[in-house]
Design a protein. Structure first.
Length: 144
């Protein structure tokens, strides 16, 4: 008998919860709709890019020996953020330092490593790109 009373009590509680949930804005009960349906998440808008393109002081460098260095300056009008080179495609031919410049104008040092050619891109925080062509031709040595 006690078992039967508990069972009816549990069933009554479940039905009461179901009844209360059904009137929470899903049907025509006049309740407020759930807050998830009231205001959708706004779509983020990208920040406007700076006033001009990212530019480099030189478009190409030509080296004739490993260890030679040259400097390149990156600049961008109306921009005060960081600039970073992506030297991953040039690791055998040349290296670049620093790996990140905090603000423009930014000066980078390119060091020749071995013979070859590559393109060294520089990026700003907006994804704008300027590329530097790097060529290294080793002209030292003797012929036998």
């Amino acid at each position: 008998m006690v078992y039967e009373m508990r069972r009816f009590s549990v069933i009554g509680s479940v039905l009461a919860l179901a009844w209360a949930g059904a009137g929470c804005g899903g049907g025509g009960s006049g309740g407020s709709p759930p807050s998830a349906f009231v205001s959708p998440t706004p779509t983020p808008t990208p920040s406007p890019s700076p006033g001009g393109p990212l530019t480099l002081s030189q478009s190409a460098l030509a080296f004739t020996a490993a260890g030679q260095t040259a400097t390149v300056t990156a600049n961008e009008p109306a921009y005060a953020g960081p600039v970073a080179p992506d030297g991953s495609g040039c690791t055998a031919v040349a290296s670049v330092t620093p790996a990140l410049a905090a603000a423009v104008p930014a000066t980078f040092t390119i060091t020749a490593r071995s013979a070859g050619a590559c393109s060294l891109p520089f990026y700003d925080s907006y994804g704008q790109r300027a590329s530097l062509a790097v060529g290294v031709t080793i002209t030292q040595g003797t012929l036998q």
